[in-house]
Design a binder for this molecule. Structure first.
Ligand SMILES: Cc1cc2nc3c(=O)[nH]c(=O)nc-3n(C[C@H](O)[C@H](O)[C@H](O)COP(=O)(O)OP(=O)(O)OC[C@H]3O[C@@H](n4cnc5c(N)ncnc54)[C@H](O)[C@@H]3O)c2cc1C
Ligand code: SF4
Ligand code: SF4
Length: 424
């Protein structure tokens, strides 16, 4: 039975629970998360069948080659060398919305895709994250059922939240055509379970993800960046080697990566999950929307025909063009590897006198890897980091968690798979 709300929206009966955060944006109540070892609380452990973690989790027994072939219809193509870095795709593009949306992380392509799906009645609901009304940096999983609701979800929050726990309330409400917006560890589990969800349609909009941590820890980082951390409303690690901050009073600030106060963060600031996760670019999405190869614009990986369908939904609202590529990643990746090894489990700090940092910080956007070469460099850095941290902290997991293509990425840097690190 449907219920008319004060804000005019109509809501299916949900048993009177949960929170309505904005028009047509519902945060269902969540079961507590049972303890798990390597876990980013994607939500599966909070469902009525938490044992599914064993087969769904990217940290337990992932099968990237098999899943890529099943979801994308083929393996990574050796004749298309960028697929080794970014996974199967039909097209890679730079892109921007012709009219950037306020509050979006970049121009708002992700939100607009969700809006278009709801406007065109292509889906019954979108599963995504909204900001917690009490802490705008904390993600809360929500079901959005009308296009107007999507704008309340714009922007990036740091932290984990159990997005996939919403699959069950969505099912109870009879929603069989869904779109899911998620980061790679959420999308891996979603795809692993897709066949048993009984959905009529599923659109998967992925973002890349790296260096995530809990919202609590992220607040510590904000505290090092400003005397008034609560006034920071936006943070992004840009492809020009700067972190951009925006403040409540409209001020903006760009800090070169090298001048970030990383040495003041505790060694376990980034959990082992995020230091060892091997899917930076969300290879199982229909479309990946990020910024890494975009040289100041957004970056799209259209992975399959459903991803193409999504892009076409935006028509001439979106401007796209070919990606550029410049510089050479080898030196920066080697330097990164040396720093990760030297940091002995902590953060990869650069051994560099303070007076050199501004000079290198100025040079990097000009001579460092740019465009696709920047994106390749970041993917290789993440691969290097995964191998080194797993070897150090959970060596028994390495044969399960590191797929063949990641070994191929790290090989040129002298990281060869040892005996015992191969899956039998
Ligand atoms: C933790 C994190 C790390 C990221 N790291 C990178 C990176 O290294 N390289 C890169 O190219 N891109 C990265 N991204 C993606 C990037 O920040 C933008 O989200 C993306 O480019 C889309 O921009 P947009 O303007 O189209 O998004 P918007 O239209 O503003 O929409 C953003 C969407 O992201 C969802 N979202 C926000 N926070 C979270 C969260 N914590 N978990 C899950 N979903 C969330 C929102 O609900 C919303 O649907 C990261 C995103 C997250 C959440
Ligand atoms: S990340 Fe998800 S699938 Fe993996 S253990 Fe945690 S809840 Fe389960
Ligand atoms: S870095 Fe990987 S494990 Fe961590 S939140 Fe992002 S996708 Fe998940």
């Amino acid at each position: 039975m449907n219920k008319k709300l004060d804000d005019g929206s109509v809501r299916a009966d949900r048993g009177g629970e949960g929170r309505t955060l904005a028009r047509a944006v519902w945060a269902p109540p969540l079961a507590p998360a049972p303890p798990r070892n390597l876990c980013t609380d994607c939500g599966i452990s909070r469902t009525s069948t938490p044992k599914r973690c064993a087969s769904a989790c990217q940290f337990i027994q992932p099968d990237y080659p098999g899943m890529e072939e099943r979801v994308q219809g083929r393996k990574r193509d050796p004749a298309r060398p960028d697929e080794l870095f970014f996974g199967p795709h039909q097209e890679i593009l730079r892109a921007s919305l012709a009219e950037p949306r306020p509050g979006a992380q970049w121009t708002g392509i992700v939100t607009r895709l969700g809006e278009r799906l709801l406007e065109s009645h292509g889906v019954d609901a979108v599963l995504t994250m909204a900001p917690d009304p009490n802490d705008p940096w904390r993600p809360i999983p929500v079901l959005v059922t009308e296009a107007q609701g999507m704008s309340a979800c714009r922007g990036m929050r740091m932290g984990y939240a159990p997005l996939l726990a919403l699959l069950e309330p969505a099912r109870r409400l009879g929603y069989r055509r869904l779109a899911v917006i998620g980061i790679p560890c959420q999308i891996y589990a979603l795809r692993a379970l897709e066949a048993e969800l009984g959905l009529e349609k599923l659109y998967v909009i992925g973002t890349p993800c790296s260096d995530n941590t809990t919202t609590e820890r992220f607040h510590e980082f904000l505290g090092l960046l400003s005397d008034d951390p609560d006034s920071i409303t936006y943070l992004e690690f840009r492809a020009d080697y700067h972190v951009e901050l925006r403040f409540r009073d409209g001020r903006q600030k760009a800090i070169p990566f090298l001048q970030l106060p990383l040495s003041k963060l505790p060694a376990d600031f980034f959990p082992l999950t995020c230091r060892t996760c091997v899917d930076y670019t969300n290879v199982l999405a229909d479309i990946t929307v990020g910024y890494m190869g975009g040289e100041g614009e957004q970056w799209l990986l259209v992975r399959n025909s459903r991803g193409k369908e999504l892009l076409e939904l935006l028509g001439d609202e979106i401007r796209t063009r070919a990606c550029g590529s410049a510089g050479n990643r080898k030196g920066p990746v080697k330097g990164f590897l040396a720093n990760v090894e030297r940091a002995a489990g902590g953060l990869p700090l650069r051994r560099m006198p303070d007076w050199v940092r501004p000079i290198v910080g100025w040079l990097m956007p000009r001579i460092g890897p740019r465009g696709l070469e920047f994106a390749r460099a970041r993917v290789e850095m993440k691969a290097v980091e995964s191998v080194i941290h797993l070897r150090r902290e959970q060596p028994g997991r390495i044969k399960h968690m590191v797929p063949e293509h990641v070994w191929e990425l790290v090989k040129p840097y002298g990281l060869d798979r040892a005996l015992g690190e191969k899956k039998l």
